[in-house]
Ligand binder design. Structure first.
Ligand code: KG4
Ligand code: ZN
Length: 338
């Protein structure tokens, strides 16, 4: 190891269908490479076995690209950080095995990272939110309101009891005949539609919990009924349906976020995860911020969806605390906050 007094971390993310590697030096991103797996598109969703195989093909070239791009050599690292949980087990295993091998071959420590904690800490890549900080983390698998007291001191205040917000976007998109992942497409079409054209029910959950499965069902019955009247209903109303569904999802998210901010008296508020790339949600957060006197934090697009830079920044804070893991650490599809 020859890091010249710097803290250099190699980070690996492989929890779902993105193979990503990043190099972080003293908490700053030197490189961040992402290989998106196109193989799932024709199946309308991620196929776990195909995801693992694609990770195996991608991992070496992606890591090589990240290291070359960083200007460092492969002997310059002080630690390897990898996504340990949650995610698809086969996918996680590929990243974990690579990280363990790299750590062992280089005689450097290994750092296990929780994917959802990393989504929150993506905010610290280019800014430094003040604590206490409240983060709405919205992805394909999770919807959480997280209270952050410090970088590694976080508490999930509430989460979805069924589908995640990203899942709701993707499932509605599928009903509309849009390709996977539908979230970004719904966002694009929603910008051209009327958000108040169709009304869908808002779930009323207790505390800071969310529920999106009712929305999915109501959109399904609504479309079935409308198609009986007009078989071309979806084609004729696509933008308005997207805008109305997006409006409903954002309303449910923002209602709970505002409730949490008010009750906890916190004014530093952010959004994170794949759905934080949504233009309607980004705008809604800006507007709520202006109304409530919040300082808002919105990640750059490349740090919203899955990426290894966020694993690296989390690895950096864990490195500072000496929070290493041993080589026997296994990945886990589900795990409570690490
Ligand atoms: O965080 P992420 O990349 O992966 C997980 O950890 O799940 O999030 C992926 C999710 C998908 O459901 C995708 O449709 C959604 O984020 N997403 C969006 C947008 N971009 C990505 N949803 C709505 N609008 C977007 N612009
Ligand atoms: Zn994610």
């Amino acid at each position: 190891m020859a890091s010249g007094g710097n803290i250099n971390i190699l980070a690996i993310e492989s929890s779902c269908d993105e193979t990503s590697a990043a190099v972080i030096q003293n908490g700053k991103v030197l490189s961040n490479h992402i290989a998106t797996q196109k193989v799932h598109e024709r199946f309308g969703g991620v196929v776990p076995e195909l995801a693992s195989r694609a990770h195996m093909q991608n991992i070496v070239p992606v890591v090589e690209a990240a290291i070359n791009d960083s200007g460092l050599g492969k002997h310059d690292f002080n630690a390897v950080a990898f996504t340990q949980s949650p995610g698809l087990l086969g996918s996680l295993l590929v990243g974990a095995c690579f990280a363990k091998s790299f750590a062992q071959a280089s005689s450097i420590p290994l750092i296990a990272v929780h994917h959802m904690q990393a989504h929150v800490l993506a905010h610290f890549i280019e800014s430094a939110p003040e604590f206490p900080f409240l983060c709405l983390t919205v992805s394909g698998g999770h919807t959480q309101i997280v209270l952050c007291r410090d970088h590694l001191d976080m508490e999930v205040l509430g989460e979805t009891i069924d589908d995640a917000a990203g899942e709701a976007f993707d499932k509605v998109a599928k009903m509309l005949g849009l390709p996977y992942p539908g979230g970004p497409l719904v966002d694009k079409l929603a910008a051209l539609g009327d958000p108040l054209k169709f009304k869908f029910p808002l779930s009323e959950m207790k505390d800071y919990q969310f529920s999106f499965s009712g929305l999915k069902t109501s959109v399904m019955y609504f479309l079935q009924a409308q198609k009986k009247i007009d078989p071309e209903f979806v084609a004729n109303n696509l933008n308005d349906i997207c805008a109305s569904v997006q409006y409903t999802i954002i309303k449910m998210l923002m209602t709970k976020l505002q409730k949490a901010a008010k009750e906890l008296k916190i004014k530093h508020i952010g959004i994170a995860g794949g759905v934080s790339a949504n233009s309607g949600l980004r705008k809604a957060l800006q507007e709520a911020g202006a109304k409530n006197g919040w300082t808002v934090y919105i990640p750059k697009f490349e740090y919203c969806t899955d990426n290894a830079a966020m694993i690296g920044i989390t690895g950096y804070y864990k490195f500072l605390k000496g929070a290493f893991t041993d080589l026997s650490a296994n990945p886990s599809a589900r795990a409570t906050w690490i």
